[in-house]
Structure formats: structure tokens, C-alpha cells
Design a protein around this ligand. Structure first.
Ligand code: 5GP
Length: 115
């Protein structure tokens, strides 16, 4: 089953794409929670972190190198930013195509909401 992110990768639905290479695509989140809120997704459809395998290590490593590049491009490298990968229900995952959030451009506050 194709996820919404696979449809973005295939250009079947539009997105504000900021970066693409052979392994990953990055685009702005449709409901940004910070001035900079970008998602980086491996082109391979991996449902969750629980589903990664050794063969995915190159693509998964690429998520971080691309995050650093995008942070520089967006002007938030020095001010700082947060990278988030949610997994399953308790992690708050909504789209079951593994992705990394880049959030920055303002003080993000505590890492977790107070209970
Ligand atoms: P998750 O909760 O799974 O870690 O994050 C999913 C993210 O995908 C959410 O921040 C949500 O706003 C974003 N999102 C969901 N559907 C779309 C879409 O169609 N286009 C874009 N650009 N972002 C989406």
C-alpha cells in the first residue's frame, strides 16, 4: 500500500520539495509547527523504525547528512534545531513511511510536553 509520502516521491501529489537525491526526498511539512519544519523521507517505503534493516543504513545515514545540509540552507544551523523520528502510537507517528522531522527557527522548548 502506497503512503502519502510515496505519492509525493512519485509526484502524484504536490509538495514544496527542498531537496532530492537518489536515496531521499525532503519537503516542507503541510502543517508546520515551527518556522522551519521539513520532512526528510527515504525513497524506499519503510513503515517504521522497527522495520529498518542493515541494507537501509546508507539511506538512513543520508537522512542525517541531508538534515545538516538543509539546516545550513535554511539558516538554522547555528541557532539550532531538533530532529525527530516518531515510531508507532506512543511516538505519535501518523504517516507510516519512516521520516525525519527538522524543526527550527524558534526556541522549541522542552523536548517533551509536560504531562
Ligand atoms: P508523524 O506524526 O508521522 O511523525 O508526522 C507526519 C507529518 O506529516 C505531520 O507533521 C504532518 O503534518 C505531515 N503531513 C501529513 N500529510 C502530509 C502531506 O500530504 N504533505 C506534507 N507536506 N506533509 C504532510
Amino acid at each position: 500500500m502506497s503512503t502519502i509520502f510515496s505519492k509525493i516521491i512519485a509526484r502524484e501529489i504536490p509538495a514544496d520539495i527542498v531537496y532530492e537525491d537518489d536515496l531521499v526526498l525532503a519537503f516542507r511539512d503541510i502543517a508546520p509547527q515551527a518556522p522551519v519544519h521539513i520532512l526528510i523521507v527515504p525513497k524506499k517505503e519503510i513503515a517504521t523504525v522497527n522495520d529498518v534493516s542493515v541494507e537501509d543504513e546508507t539511506a538512513l545515514g543520508r537522512l542525517l547528512t541531508v538534515a545538516a545540509k538543509i539546516a545550513g540552507d535554511e539558516g538554522i544551523a547555528e541557532s539550532g534545531y531538533r530532529l525527530i523520528v516518531n515510531c508507532n502510537e506512543d511516538g505519535g507517528q501518523e504517516v507510516f513511511h519512516l521520516h525525519m522531522h527538522i524543526l527550527g527557527g524558534r526556541r522549541l522548548g522542552p523536548m517533551l510536553a509536560k504531562r
